[in-house]
Design a protein. Structure first.
Ligand code: ATP
Ligand code: MG
Length: 175
């Protein structure tokens, strides 16, 4: 990276197809919590979050991702939860999904190999449904079966500042 390398805020994610996105959006809007629903077009499951890095590193991470084995993934979104500190309510799988964990670990490895410092916190797969949540009560929800077809590299905002999402690259998942 050079000092003139433009900054990009990026992350790898699983990208819901329109049908699941619509179901998640209904849930985001009707969940018994305060805060603000995530816009339908932003709903995703983060696999790895490099954050704000130089464009050269983004290209390198994408190139390394091209070389990763992409597993067939099936999961059921069925458990609501709340991360108190970032104040987000989410839905996620109730059980471990080994293929998902392997993919997330592979991507984190690709990011690290590209010189990006990644957080060591454990991977907690989830789709954020509402933000700015200070009151949350979990309810039983209709389980949503998901066979993700696409992994994406997203740029969030511009110049390293958060904002609307833009898909930089897509990878088809098998299955
Ligand atoms: P905004 O921050 O403007 O409200 P956003 O949270 O949708 O919008 P980003 O902050 O760019 O956009 O985050 C993109 C995704 O990465 C979100 O799913 C977010 O929860 C996740 N994320 C952000 N920071 C981290 C982190 N340190 N570790 C793991 N995931 C993160
Ligand atoms: Mg954020």
């Amino acid at each position: 990276m050079t000092t003139t390398d433009p900054l990009q805020r990026v992350f790898f994610a699983l990208w819901p197809d329109p049908g699941l996105r619509a179901s998640l959006s209904v849930l985001a809007r009707t969940l018994p919590a305060n805060g603000r629903p995530v816009p339908a077009e932003h709903l995703h499951l983060t696999l790895a979050f490099p954050g704000t890095v130089g464009a050269g590193r983004v290209a390198e991470m994408a190139e390394r991702a091209n070389g990763l084995p992409l597993p067939e993934i099936r999961l059921t979104l069925e458990q609501l939860g709340w991360f108190r500190r970032p104040r987000v309510a989410w839905i996620g799988p109730a059980h471990a999904v080994p293929e998902l964990e392997a993919l997330a670990a592979g991507l984190s490895g690709s990011c690290r190999a590209s010189g990006v410092k990644m957080e060591d916190r454990p991977f907690r797969p989830h789709v954020t449904l509402r933000r700015f949540v200070t009151r949350f009560e979990s309810i039983a929800v209709e389980p949503l079966d998901w066979r993700p077809r696409e992994m994406v590299l997203i740029e969030s905002g511009q110049g390293g500042n958060p904002g609307p999402y833009r898909v930089l690259q897509r990878w088809a998942l098998p299955g």
